[in-house]
Design a protein around this ligand. Structure first.
Ligand SMILES: Cc1cc2nc3c(=O)[nH]c(=O)nc-3n(C[C@H](O)[C@H](O)[C@H](O)COP(=O)(O)OP(=O)(O)OC[C@H]3O[C@@H](n4cnc5c(N)ncnc54)[C@H](O)[C@@H]3O)c2cc1C
Length: 362
């Protein structure tokens, strides 16, 4: 993840560095706030405050905020639309930079150039429809920034539903801010895209500033039909984000079986811990039913993992990023949950007494 943790510093030293960073950025960038709650900036609507919160409204501002934060040696997390993360209840110690750089240009020969904070649905897709260009309409209805889409290789089914389509198919090049602060334009191959993967996972200090998409001409009518079909497909299967906040699919896909199907076979739909619930619509989606905490979600994730492993023999691993400080999670085992990049993985051995005690099936 675009998430950098310098060597550990004392809270007092970190506070000092953040105060300096605020003083340097405040005259140059419009939104620089302290103790800003992160929940409103995520689709899960969960998460405590960031020590420092900065909004970048152009690629130049984004590069400035990131390089200045690095110079001050403070932990940094780059936030797109917050659609693929769970933020801890205690928030984030360091600076969160929210990417709102959203300039888009049509560049001839079917090319669309967009800054990395551009929202794919609806802004970028609408731009492609206006230009009569195909390749992005498959991702209608999915909450994502351009940067998040490249980070994860955004994907959805083809119009005839016969295969999975990936955003890599239309990525031509991207402008990156590298680890050493230089800007480089790279082509699609640099990303080594895979399923839910790009090189960005392994190079957490590299930031996407902008991307160029190479698209094919298609009639606006056909593009609109595809978009409508995709929105309808989602509406029938997925919980609506405005009333049932979520982070989309929680668990990575398991080839040939499906993580959601496994959880469904275990009768987990409707299972609830605190305010978090496995939605009745899709057993791979957890929703914030009622003022859920990140702790509720972590315990529900553990409960689902443990139940599926016990009853079906598969180990589910999470695909969302876990960001910041989760505080005391109670009886969750310390090992088996987090990879070195901060993402959870695997089923904790030994089970979750607390989850068993409080999980209620509906
Ligand atoms: C209701 C719902 C439905 C969904 N359906 C789908 C689906 O059908 N297909 C699918 O593939 N996904 C789906 N998702 C998941 C999500 O939409 C994607 O993962 C999306 O790409 C996340 O983008 P984001 O801008 O929200 O990234 P964030 O969640 O903000 O960030 C995710 C990661 O990307 C990194 N990142 C963000 N911007 C940049 C950048 N400019 N440079 C470098 N790193 C960056 C962040 O640091 C973080 O590590 C769904 C999610 C929801 C909530």
């Amino acid at each position: 993840m675009a998430h950098v943790e310098p060597a550990a510093v004392s809270p007092a030293a970190l506070a000092d560095r953040l105060a300096h960073l605020r003083d340097v950025l405040a005259p140059q960038i419009e939104v620089v706030r302290e103790n800003e709650p992160l929940a409103p900036y995520t689709t899960f609507k969960i998460g405590g405050p960031a020590d420092l919160f900065v909004e970048a409204h152009s690629a130049d501002e984004l590069a400035l905020a990131v390089t200045t934060a690095r110079e001050h040696d403070v932990p940094l997390f780059l936030l797109g639309l917050g659609a693929n993360i769970l933020v801890g209840d205690k928030g984030f110690r360091g600076v969160v930079i929210r990417n709102r750089a959203a300039h888009v240009e049509t560049r001839g020969d079917g090319r669309l150039w967009a800054e990395s904070g551009t929202v794919v649905w609806e802004r970028l897709i609408e731009e492609s429809v206006t230009a009569g260009l195909s390749g992005l309409e498959h991702y209608a209805g999915i909450p994502s920034s351009v940067g998040g889409a490249l980070w994860q290789n955004l994907h959805f089914l083809s119009p005839d539903r016969s295969r999975t389509m990936f955003i890599e198919e239309v990525v031509e090049s991207a402008e990156l801010l590298m680890e050493d602060g230089s800007r480089q334009t790279v082509d699609r191959d640099w990303f080594a895209f895979g399923y839910d993967y790009s090189t960005l996972h392994d190079r957490p200090e590299v930031i996407v500033l902008a991307a160029t998409f190479a698209l094919e001409p298609l009639s606006r009518e056909t593009l609109r039909q595809r978009i409508e079909a995709n929105l309808q497909w989602r509406g029938e299967r997925h919980p609506p984000l405005d009333t049932e906040p979520s982070a989309g699919s929680i668990f990575k896909k398991i080839d040939g079986v499906g993580a959601g199907r496994l959880a469904d076979w275990c009768g987990l739909k409707g299972t609830r811990i605190g305010g978090a619930e496995v939605t009745q619509r899709h057993a791979n989606i957890l929703i914030n039913r009622d003022s859920a905490t990140a702790r509720d979600v972590r315990h529900l994730i553990g409960y689902v993992q443990e139940t599926v492993e016990r009853e079906q023999g598969y180990r589910l691993s999470t695909e969302i990023g876990m960001i910041g400080d989760f505080g005391d999670l109670g009886d969750l085992p310390a090992r088996g949950w987090e990879n070195e990049d901060g993402f959870t993985d695997g089923v904790p051995p030994g089970g979750h007494p607390e989850a068993h005690a409080s999980a209620e099936r509906r």
